[in-house]
Design a protein around this ligand. Structure first.
Ligand SMILES: Nc1ncnc2c1ncn2[C@@H]1O[C@H](COP(=O)(O)OP(=O)(O)OP(=O)(O)O)[C@@H](O)[C@H]1O
Ligand SMILES: [Mg+2]
Length: 312
């Protein structure tokens, strides 16, 4: 596997002087090609800021982001983003097909190719036949499928999703989760997805990154070694799933996540540096100085070590 995304010492500060607010500080991790990684963390910890910096929508105030080796300094052509609010991200005056084709027009893809690719991708998200409708003629879940289709149509190297299913009902959410996993496997996409839903993070991901309170630091990096074929009922009731979701829940309630990051970020950076891990994507729960502190302050280090596989 090759490295798709390399985030090194990423820091973002909003404002200056007394109004300055450091949303993310010194974040370092990598995402491999074809991986589906989920990010969970407390509200306001800096998850959306992180995605905005990765997508080049806002410049990082420190550190760097590399997409397949190239430094990101503006929005890369081969990156797509799906936001939570489909009703604001689709163009209501364009048909579904035209919405999906939109990024290809930007890329100057010939008309006939645009049409064919939009039809193909709409079919892969289960929406063949609705191309001539307008977004407002579709249900919320269907509109979010259109957003996903539009993101996938340009075959992005990296797909960023910021709480993409938060505005739909529970059943639609499950369907969209399965859709995301299926298209990710079919197209070999690399996805970084932010969610508030612990179960969703475990169900979807190959890997879950747990962030601390603002300024966000990586508290744990868990391998989700569930079978690739997942099912909303059997996977979710499996012992392995229950143990992993408890692990993520415990981490989110841990003092490491709940305290305000200031000391954590420094310690996390030291732990990553001392471990000699080039990517620095280690888990405090499973390695180095952070692990010791975790054992002292939180009684679940043992179970954490079982499920949280430290990357090397
Ligand atoms: N444009 C902005 N200007 C100033 N501060 C901002 C701006 N956007 C976000 N922030 C602040 O940065 C911090 C991180 O915000 P961000 O939206 O990244 O958090 P989040 O983890 O995505 O939260 P949520 O889970 O609620 O979506 C918050 O304290 C927020 O108030
Ligand atoms: Mg957010």
């Amino acid at each position: 596997m090759s490295t798709m995304l390399e985030v090194s010492g990423l820091t973002h500060q909003y404002g200056q002087g007394e109004r300055a607010h450091v949303a993310v500080r010194d974040l370092t991790f990598t995402i491999e090609s074809g991986q589906l990684a989920c990010i969970v963390g407390p509200s306001g910890c800096g998850k959306s800021t992180l995605l905005r910096c990765i997508s080049g929508l806002i410049p990082a105030t420190g550190g760097s982001v590399r997409l397949h080796g190239d430094e990101v300094s503006g929005v890369p052509d081969d990156l797509a983003v799906v936001f939570q609010d489909y009703s604001r991200s689709l163009f209501p005056w364009l048909t579904v097909a035209k919405n999906v084709e939109f990024p290809l027009r930007w890329q100057k893809v010939p008309k006939a190719d645009r049409k064919r690719r939009a039809e193909e991708v709409l079919e892969s998200v289960g929406l063949s036949g609705v191309g001539k409708k307008y977004p407002w003629q579709l249900s919320g879940g269907m509109q979010q499928r259109v957003s996903i289709a539009r993101a996938l149509v340009s075959r992005p190297a990296l797909l960023l999703m910021d709480e993409p299913f938060a505005s739909v009902d529970a059943q639609t959410r499950g369907e969209l989760e399965d859709l995301t996993r299926r298209v990710q496997r079919e197209l070999g996409s690399t996805i970084l997805l932010v969610t508030h839903d612990i179960d969703e993070s475990v169900y979807l991901a190959d890997r879950v990154l747990v962030l601390s309170k603002s300024p966000a630091a990586i508290v744990a990096d868990l391998d989700i070694a569930l079978p690739a074929d997942r099912d909303q009922i059997t996977t979710r009731e499996s012992e392995q799933f229950v143990s992993l979701r408890s692990e993520v829940a415990r981490l989110l309630q841990s003092p490491q996540v709940q305290r305000t990051g200031e000391a954590d970020t420094t310690d996390a950076a030291h732990a990553a540096g001392e471990s000699g891990d080039a990517a620095g994507a280690r888990t405090d729960a499973g390695s180095g100085a952070g692990s010791d502190r975790f054992t002292e302050t939180h009684g679940t280090a043992e179970s954490s070590d079982e499920t949280a596989t430290a990357r090397s």
